[in-house]
Design a protein around this ligand. Structure first.
Ligand code: BTN
Length: 230
């Protein structure tokens, strides 16, 4: 994969920019911005984007939707963080990276796509990683907070992009195995929001399709979309 990087000092959101301009860019373009004025997270949340964090979106124009793309991005972020820090990180299904088993979030992923008549127009993988910020929300943490030093954002981005292009080529089974080896909350009980209901369940694993498998009242349930509540 040959990535072409496009840098901005400030932008509303690297994802929104690509949604509006994907036709002008090739497959594998990366939009990177030092700050975002309207950084977006999952569920219409705001993604705080002050200077010091890494904010970028990858434009993919594949033939078909890769349903594991968010997990592939997640494991690539996790492996990148582990390279630059000796702390442990976990993937909170489906797309958060937390500091080991704490509730502190260091990275989030927002994948957006447009498919018309089975034709994939774009797949945008938006990633925010807390790197050099000092002050963050209570439930967030940066690499600088953990390591007491500043990092070069470009080095981190390049390491991530290498990992991402390596991981995207692997078999789904191997990706899922890596996810399960780094899964947040495994064998512990959590409240899980699922189709507007909250269930209490034990997290077991992620299956081949990328769904979360939990045990609720001694029954295994497959969660296609939902959220682990902390
Ligand atoms: C989440 O955890 O809710 C997902 C956060 C995704 C944030 C990134 S930052 C780069 C890209 N542009 C956005 O507006 N959002 C994503």
């Amino acid at each position: 994969m040959n990535f072409k990087k496009v840098f901005f000092d400030t932008i509303d959101s690297t994802n929104t920019y690509l949604i509006n301009n994907y036709q002008s860019y090739d497959n594998n373009t990366i939009i990177i911005s030092k700050t975002q004025t309207n950084g977006r997270g999952q569920k219409n949340n705001v993604w705080e984007s002050q200077i010091g964090g890494l904010y970028f979106s990858i434009l993919l124009k594949p033939y078909k939707i890769n349903t594991l793309i968010s997990l592939i991005a997640g494991i690539s972020v996790l492996e990148t963080l582990k390279y630059f820090s000796d702390k442990d990180f976990k993937i909170k299904w489906p797309n958060d990276i937390l500091l080991n088993d704490t509730k502190k979030k260091i990275s989030g992923i927002l994948v957006e796509s447009k498919v018309i008549n089975n034709e994939v127009k774009y797949l945008i993988v938006g990633i925010g990683i807390n790197i050099n910020q000092d002050c963050l929300l209570d439930n967030a943490i940066s690499l600088k907070n953990l390591e007491n030093k500043e990092f070069d954002l470009n080095n981190i981005l390049d390491y991530f992009l290498n990992k991402f292009q390596e991981n995207i080529k692997y078999d789904d089974d191997f990706i899922i195995e890596k996810i399960n080896n780094n899964l947040f909350g495994k064998n512990n009980f959590f409240e899980i929001l699922m189709n507007d209901n909250i269930i209490k369940a034990k997290i077991l694993c992620v299956n081949k399709e990328g769904h979360l498998i939990v045990n609720c009242d001694n029954k295994e349930i497959k969660i296609l979309s939902g959220r682990i509540l902390l």
